[in-house]
Design a protein around this ligand. Sequence first.
Ligand SMILES: [Zn+2]
Ligand SMILES: [Zn+2]
Length: 325
Amino acid sequence: MPPKSKAAAKRPASQALRKKGNVKNAAVSAKKLRELEQVRKVKEPFLDMFVEALTKGDPDPSELAWHLSWRCSNPRRYDAPAACSLMLFSEALPGHVNLCDVLEAIDYHQAIRKHIGDERWEERRVRADELLQKLQGAKVSPRSFSLLHRAVSVACAKKDGPSEELKALSSATSKAVCDKDPEGACPICLAGWRADDSVLVLSCNHVLHVDCFWKMITAAGSDALRGRCRVCRAPVHWGPVARSNLRCILASALAAALVRQQQAGGGLSQSDVAEYCSRVSEEIGESFHDIWTEVPYQLLKVRQKALPNSEMANLQRLFSTPFLR
Ligand SMILES: [Zn+2]
Ligand SMILES: [Zn+2]
């Protein structure tokens, strides 16, 4: 064994350890880079096909959905997260996509996340910013952007939500709306469109603010038009992914309204709450039961300190028994 150099002999143990650590870190990051490159290679062809189908309708969206669907049915496949996350975006594709395939994708994405864990799902799924980068300069309808916007929080595994991706898709949707109809306005509040609006584009292509959608649901007296566009009266269709997102945001708005009402000393009966759940159900075409069971979950997310624990428990109790209509 060669004798240690004077410098090495003088080097403190911590420094030698740090050097060893650096070498290990460099090896880990090289491995990570190789993995990320492999993930990119897997995502790229799927993303390209999706963008072609979204912007040109070729490949045919239903064929693409089939192509993606069987890949996400096996959680052990390396490409399953990329295929599955694009399936969750597939409601935005033009024309007809089999909604059973989309419904299955919601279950598959849970199975894949369970199999590989949230961290790997986040690495391997297609992110909204990757999709938006490919869509730069392409002609995409405001409705498609709006549906991508609805889908992204369903695809994201992070507990605090995909805020950057949501913001990017929200801006892309409002920009598409402003570009298409610069003189247009929200039919509910009559305010002209602005680039920072958060909007919903209905299946008839009429647009309204997300907040105004909630106001419309809470407004009394428009029961005959529930589930229809208030401008052209056409029935409004949402796919399973968009419905799942709308169920969460509307149940969350309802939970916040319940807490505010309780703070103001307002009494609440089970039938009052059921009335709102029923309106949400009719408005978005989701089952009453699914909305009813979502509200207590959203109540848990409302900061506990908004109400004393005892009152929060009272609110929770409202939902502890099924409401029989
Ligand atoms: Zn509005
Ligand atoms: Zn309409």
